[in-house]
Design a binder for this molecule. Structure first.
Ligand code: KG4
Ligand code: ZN
Length: 358
């Protein structure tokens, strides 16, 4: 079967066509188009929801057309809808205006072309990015029960899966998400949006031992990242010799490139250690775990990948699938269909800016 997927939950407009055989689990990604609005938001230092929604509106139809042409599914100069068996779309969580553009487009196409429609949770997509390969068949897929460390701009969660399409949140952040923390610390250091890649780049020439930051003292599997962000802020204020009331957006002007690199490296190392300590605790609580999968934008982080390399049976998405994309939404949909989930009524599909995975 061929699944057309659409993703527009934040600042990437994406469409992909995945060919999936539910009997053998063989798949082939026929196309994967991602148009990012990152350049637009660099100037503002973050996403502006109304601007993001407007950009999705401009990009969405050309992106879907491109997904058909990249997949060679064109007949008489038109997209060949006969070759599409299902449509998948991210309907939660995300920015409402952004979700609205993708969802309305998907449901209109589903009605127009009489295709089954599957609303997909964005985080399911991130988890299922670990099943995506460039090759036709992934010989080495995660095994159940597994623990997924979902680390994105909006979420930091440990999710246990005992089989396909069954999700149990066993740990979640009590305040900021880890990606959000990277973005906020980058702002303090005067580094561009998005903060994760900017911190990783600056940290290359920094000393991760230069500054030490406290780890949150939470005994169970939940996370907290706002304390780390504040600890970095206080250390930068101290280094600059300014008081607590000094405007944080002016701090970076007082830092040398060397200091920025050291702060970036020390912060990055601490954030990764906090994530991996919690994962180790979860593994002790769930000793039957067979695989660990990393998911979400922060899983692109190279230091995290290195620090995690001593764990057994770990899966990281290919770097091109770690950020937001529609191929992962198609893969999550493939396993919903395989698990017997029914399509939704396109007239009744709902949106939610926040909704837990279930
Ligand atoms: O999954 P994602 O693309 O979008 C959401 O669903 O939120 O995650 C975006 C987050 C941002 O906070 C970004 O700074 C972070 O992922 N990120 C990284 C890296 N690349 C992206 N964080 C750390 N290191 C990276 N290399
Ligand atoms: Zn995401």
């Amino acid at each position: 079967m061929n699944i057309l997927a659409i993703e527009s939950s934040c600042d990437e407009t994406a469409a992909a066509i995945l060919s999936f055989d539910p009997t053998s689990d063989r798949h082939q990604l026929l196309s994967n188009v991602v148009v990012s609005q990152i350049d637009l938001f660099k100037a503002y230092g973050g996403v502006i929801p109304e601007v993001a929604a407007r950009s999705h509106l401009e990009a969405i139809l050309p992106v879907i057309d491109r997904a058909f042409s990249d997949a060679n599914l064109i007949i008489n100069g038109q997209s060949n809808w006969d070759k599409i068996d299902a449509i998948a779309v991210t309907n939660t969580p995300g920015l409402l205006g952004s979700l609205l553009v993708g969802t309305l487009t998907a449901r209109t196409l589903a009605i127009l072309h009489n295709k089954p429609l599957y609303p997909i949770h964005h985080l399911k997509g991130h988890i299922y990015s670990n099943w995506l390969t460039d090759k036709e068949y992934a010989p080495d897929s995660p095994c159940f029960p597994l623990l997924a460390l979902v680390i994105s701009g909006g979420h930091t969660q440990i999710i246990r899966m005992t089989s396909h399409n069954h999700f149990q949140i066993i740990g979640t952040t009590l305040d900021d998400a880890v990606g959000e923390c990277f973005d906020k610390v980058a702002k303090i250091l005067g580094l561009p949006y998005p903060g994760g890649p900017a911190i990783a780049k600056a940290a290359l020439s920094g000393d991760p031992q230069k500054y030490s930051f406290p780890h949150p003292n939470i005994k169970h599997l939940d996370f907290s990242f706002s304390g780390l962000k504040t600890a970095v802020l206080r250390a930068v204020q101290k280094e600059c010799g300014v008081g607590l009331d000094f405007p944080s957006f002016e701090l970076a002007r007082h830092l040398s490139a060397r200091q920025k690199a050291d702060f970036a490296a020390s912060f990055q190392s601490t954030a990764c250690d906090i994530l991996l300590e919690k994962l180790a605790l979860a593994l002790r609580q769930y000793p039957d775990t067979k695989s660990i999968v990393f998911a979400g934008g922060v899983s692109a982080n190279q230091i995290l990948r290195e620090k995690a390399s001593n764990l057994l049976s770990i899966f990281f998405p290919l770097p091109k699938f770690s950020g937001d994309n529609a191929a992962m939404i198609a893969m999550a949909c493939a396993y919903e269909i395989k698990s017997g989930v029914s399509p939704s009524d396109p007239y009744k599909i709902t949106l939610a800016s926040r909704q837990e995975i279930c």
